[in-house]
Structure formats: C-alpha cells, structure tokens
Design a protein around this ligand. Structure first.
Ligand SMILES: Cc1cc2nc3c(=O)[nH]c(=O)nc-3n(C[C@H](O)[C@H](O)[C@H](O)COP(=O)(O)O)c2cc1C
Length: 366
C-alpha cells in the first residue's frame, strides 16, 4: 500500500517529518534529457520558504534542495530523481506540550486515534514542512513542462483573505510576486497588511482563498470517468494542508446560475474553436478544452493561535491550550506556491498519460 505517492506516470513519493534531519521527494517517471539543476528547483522553493516576510512563520529554513540521483551532466536520465532538503531550524522545545495534548484543528488527535504513535515534534508528518518536498517535485514537473508544453504557464494568487476580496477589475499579474500576499493588485496591499496585522495583534489567525490559473494548456488532457483532469486537480489541491474546499471554474457559484447564463457558447475562430465564456474552468467531461484552467480553493485559518482553546489530553483530562511557537497568521499565503507545484504535477502527469494513450492524435474540426 503506497499512500505517500502522487501521480500515475510522473510520480513522486514524499518522505520526512517536520523535525527529522531532512525531508524530500523521490520523483519517478520523469522523461530523460530534460535540463535540470538545483538552481532551477530552488527558485520554486524560495517562493514557499518560511521567514520570507513578517506575515509568514519566522522559522528560518534555507530550504536548500539537493539532487542526489537521476540527473547527469545537467540533464535528467529517466531514472528516479531523489530530492533532499535538510531541516535546519527545528526547535523541539517549542512543541513539547503537543506530546501530551491534542491541539484543536490539528491532526494530533486523528493520528493518535489511527496509529497510537506519532512524531509530535512540530506536527511530524502532518506539518506543512512536507510541502517543501512537493514544491521541489513541482520544480521538476515545471522543467519538463517547459520542454513539452512551452506555452503553458501556471500562476497562483490570493483572491481572498478573511473579509478582504480581490477586486478583479484591478487584476494585475505583474503585481503577484511584488508583495507578500501573492496578490494581483498592488493598490490593495496596504489594506491587506493592516488587516493581517490587526488579526495577528488580536492573537488570532484568518482563512484565505487561492486561485490557480493554467494558461496555454493543450486541449485533450484528462480522461473520462476515473482520471478526470478536474478530479485529479481537486484531489491535488485538497491534499494540501488546511485546504477545506476546492472549486473548478464557476465552482459552488454554479448552483445559483441558469443554464442560459452558464453555457460557454462556441464559435469558430481562426485557429479552431473559440469559447465565448469560461464558466467550466477549462475542463469539459474531465478533459481540457484549451481554455484557461481555473482552480480555486479555501484554506482554513491557522489552528495554532495564542488565544486559549478547549481540548483534552492523552489521559482524557479536559484542559485549555495555547499553541505557542512560530506560526503563519494566514497559511493561505504560503499555499500559493504549493498549489502551483501540485497543478504542475497534475498537468504533466496527464500530459504523459495522454501521450501514452493517444500518441497526440486529435479530433479535427473543419
Ligand atoms: C504552508 C502552510 C503552512 C502551515 N503552517 C501552519 C502553522 O504554522 N500552524 C498551524 O497551526 N497550521 C499550519 N498549517 C496547517 C496545518 O498543517 C494543518 O491545518 C494541520 O496539519 C491539520 O490538517 P488539515 O487542516 O488539513 O486537516 C499550514 C498549512 C500550510 C499549507
């Protein structure tokens, strides 16, 4: 039984815990001959890295990735790629009381009920430290996509933080990497800063919504029924820590629409079909249409807060708990690069799956 492995053709298996010496990913199924080095993967890890702004945890991890296998003279060899990231700033003393008590909103109680044993240091395997390994695997996927689907671009950004929503009229992709929120609206950044500062001062945390846009995705990725592209994207996003809801395209808002409003009407363009809208989020019948793929997800507020919460300990005693340590006041922020990595892995996996099944054969129109 392999429950730590993602993907069908392009696969990765992550290993490691928050406070172990290292964690990483074993990537398999990567095509040979793709240019890859540690510097390429590092750029993705740097976007996820903790301690990069006052709005993320102050745990200082360099998150330096090492490639231990599968790359020779700067190119992938088609053999397993072992990626390793050392944990350098774990402080077990910050987490001592988690050994005995179950933090509300955390996996402590569920792990205890299931396994009866857990590495409680920093949340062990349930810690979002694990996502560093996925981001590294996503970097490999991005290198392959650069070769196999050169026009494909994956962009993640925040669309909501608590009461604040992105004003889509101001959408500016160039702003995303120039502020600590991955927010595509530079003018709104001061208001977002004030809001999150106030949340933090109140010793609280807040939820968020993140959107991932896949542009330039070829039509034909995905498969009917059990390998739908939207199914796999939803599962990938839902596998990220603290994600509680995923939408494709119109998502839950589709429940309020009529069929007239929701129909993505089709016209013939110069280079094939042209859709007049994109309520479907770029996927019909589980298969990409060539439109932008739009995935959105909700992230719950950080559970570790300095406000006392009621819980129980291992003896069954009812207690109050303050979760000290270094925590992000809004974990949705650092979920952005993780979601991009997961999207890259899903799209590449489906690209390779499609090549294996259809060999690139396509239906023609006109
Ligand atoms: C990038 C990232 C960082 C996170 N950091 C924290 C944190 O500092 N404190 C915390 O309480 N939860 C944090 N979380 C969320 C927990 O890992 C998660 O809520 C917990 O493991 C329980 O899993 P679940 O919420 O998916 O059910 C983080 C999540 C992400 C995506």
């Amino acid at each position: 039984m392999s429950v730590n492995t993602f993907g069908r053709v392009f696969t990765f298996t992550t290993w490691g815990e928050s406070h172990g010496p290292a964690l990483g990913a074993t990537v398999d199924g990567c095509p040979p001959g793709v240019a890859l080095d540690e510097g390429w993967i590092q750029q993705f890890l740097d976007r996820r890295r903790p301690g990069s702004s006052k709005f993320t945890t102050q745990r200082q991890e360099a998150d330096r990735v090492r490639i231990l296998s599968g790359v020779f003279e700067g190119k992938t060899t088609g053999t397993p790629i072992q990626l390793m990231i050392e944990n350098t700033d774990q402080r077990s003393k910050d987490y001592g009381e988690i050994a005995q008590a179950f933090r509300p909103g955390h996996a402590d109680i569920a792990y205890h009920l299931k396994y009866g044993i857990r590495d409680y240091r920093g949340g062990g395997r349930s810690s979002a430290r694990e996502t560093a390994a996925r981001v590294a695997a996503g970097g490999v996927a991005q290198a392959v996509l650069r070769d196999l689907a050169p026009g494909l671009k994956i962009t993640g950004y925040m669309v909501q933080m608590g009461e604040l929503h992105l004003d889509r009229a101001n959408f500016d992709a160039a702003a995303i990497d120039a502020n600590p929120f991955f927010l595509p609206d530079a003018a709104a950044v001061p208001a977002w800063e004030d809001y999150l500062n106030a949340i933090r001062k109140a010793q609280d945390s807040v939820g968020a919504a993140v959107e991932v846009l896949v542009q330039g995705c070829p039509a034909g990725l995905g498969a009917p029924v059990y390998a739908k592209l939207d199914t796999d994207l939803a599962a990938a996003m839902m596998s990220i820590n603290a994600v509680k809801g995923v939408e494709i395209g119109e998502g839950m808002a589709a429940a309020a629409l009529t069929g007239t409003a929701n129909a993505d009407e089709i016209r013939m363009g110069n280079e094939g079909p042209r859709f007049l809208s994109n309520h479907a989020g770029g996927i019909l019948g589980g298969i990409s249409t060539g439109q932008d793929i739009v995935v959105r997800f909700a992230v719950k507020p950080t559970s570790s807060i300095l406000t006392p919460r009621r819980t129980i300990d291992r003896r069954g005693e009812e207690i109050e708990l303050i979760t000290k340590g270094r925590h992000d006041p809004c974990v949705g922020i650092r979920a952005v690069p993780i979601a991009e990595a997961m999207a890259a892995c899903v799209v590449l996996d489906h690209l390779l799956l499609d090549r294996a099944q259809t060999g690139g054969r396509r239906g023609r129109i006109g």
